[in-house]
Design a binder for this molecule. Structure first.
Ligand SMILES: *Cc1c(COP(=O)(O)O)cnc(C)c1O
Length: 388
């Protein structure tokens, strides 16, 4: 960032700095880990809170072959995003009846189909659009969420897809599935799902399906289970430099670098006597005379209220802890008598190498996973892109 840009950023109430050089390096790391497979950058939920458009552009520039989203609306927005190659493949998987199938076909998206109703809507959309739909058949290999059950259901779906393909209404571009326990390496469900996936793929191929890509790996499987890579890996959280398996390894252990740094400018620093209640419900009382710092971020910005009295913040080189309850727009830290200037930076989380906490630290403070910490950072917090 230029000095002037940095000065402007410092006057913001709060900011989520997004380091696109880190994101590009993460893409390269992941590609090297799965050398035989294409890489899908998963940018759903506004790029896990990092900004889908900027992250998609950076990921593709660094070598991502595909982009993935949950909803068709997210995928359509990406297709309309400036600065992306017109032919970049975009896949979305979370459909409901009456969804924008025709728009998706016309926008050349790859659409996931988990059951007969979805296949029918894709076929009808292709008929109307006058171009074949790119359909990826999703198998439930054990997650018990989306996807088609093995056996009769799968046979029915594959058969119907082949009939539509013969009429040139669809092209079956992929066969795919999703893991339940990839974040627990060695969990028996992982091997069982791989076996089931191979069986379901083999069945479809024997019937005549010729998919471009077969895929099941998410970030944890990409990092720990090479036999799951097949033709493509779908990486989300690892792209953003967060470890999907913090018990097994930190981001640095996997060669990843966190992309988001969340900070705020202290809105007030003041002296208070001992015995002073702090924030709603007075869940914190100053143990003695001290200084308090007001951090202008709250649960409306995605700071988890569950991290009240627990979340860590770096102020003036020292770790402080949220004092009492996190409110909608603000929370307080006990500065222990230190007197940073109002406007001094309070860093909630970042890569961690300048002494600041990480998103994983906040996840632990709130009893959740780091995915939820970054994804929930609200729209009121401006994203500031650096190293574009
Ligand atoms: C979100 C998602 C991913 C990415 O998962 P990560 O653990 O973030 O890598 C992959 N596939 C599907 C189907 C998803 O919904």
């Amino acid at each position: 960032m230029s000095e002037r840009a940095a000065a402007r950023t410092a006057t913001l109430r709060a900011r989520a700095e997004i380091d696109l050089a880190a994101l590009r390096a993460n893409v390269r790391t992941l590609r090297a880990l799965a050398p035989g497979a294409a890489l899908m950058a998963v940018v759903k939920a506004d790029g896990y809170g990092h900004g889908a458009a900027a992250c998609a552009r950076a990921a593709v520039a660094a070598g991502a072959d595909w982009l993935g989203t949950a909803t068709p609306q997210e995928a359509l927005a990406l297709r309309a995003t400036a600065g992306l190659p017109a032919d970049v493949r975009i896949m979305c998987w979370l459909w409901t009846p009456g969804g924008p199938w025709r728009e998706a076909v016309e926008a050349d998206l790859d659409v996931s189909v988990s059951g007969m109703w979805a296949l029918r809507e894709a076929v009808e959309a292709a008929r109307q659009a006058g171009v074949p739909a790119r359909v990826q058949l999703k198998a439930d290999t054990g997650l018990g969420r989306g996807g088609c059950q093995p056996g009769e259901d799968w046979a029915g779906l594959v058969g119907e897809a082949l009939r539509a393909e013969a009429e040139r209404l669809i092209r079956v571009t992929g066969l795919w599935s999703h893991f339940a326990c990839a974040d627990e390496p060695g969990h028996p469900a992982n091997a069982a799902q791989l076996t089931r996936f191979r069986e379901m793929v083999t069945y479809a191929e024997e019937q005549g399906v010729r998919p471009e890509v077969r895929h099941i790996a998410n970030s944890p499987a990409t990092l720990t289970l090479p036999e799951s890579h097949f033709d493509l890996v779908r990486t989300g959280i690892a792209l953003y430099g967060i470890s999907p398996i913090p018990e097994v390894g930190s981001p640095a252990d996997f060669g990843l670098r966190p992309v988001m740094t969340l900070s705020a400018s202290l809105a007030l620093v003041k002296h208070v006597p001992g015995g002073h209640g702090v924030s709603y419900g007075h869940r914190y009382t100053t143990p003695g005379e001290t200084t308090l710092g007001l951090v202008p971020l709250g649960y409306a910005d995605g700071i988890p209220r569950h991290a009240s009295s627990a979340g860590p913040v770096l102020v003036d080189g020292k770790w402080r802890t949220v004092a009492g309850r996190i409110a909608m727009d603000q929370f307080v830290v006990d500065l222990g008598g230190d007197e940073p200037e109002p406007g001094a930076q309070a860093v909630l989380f970042g890569p961690g190498d300048r002494g600041e906490p990480t998103a994983e630290d906040w996840a632990q403070a709130a009893g959740t996973i780091a995915y939820e910490i970054v994804t929930r950072i609200g729209t009121r917090v401006p994203r500031v892109y650096v190293n574009e």
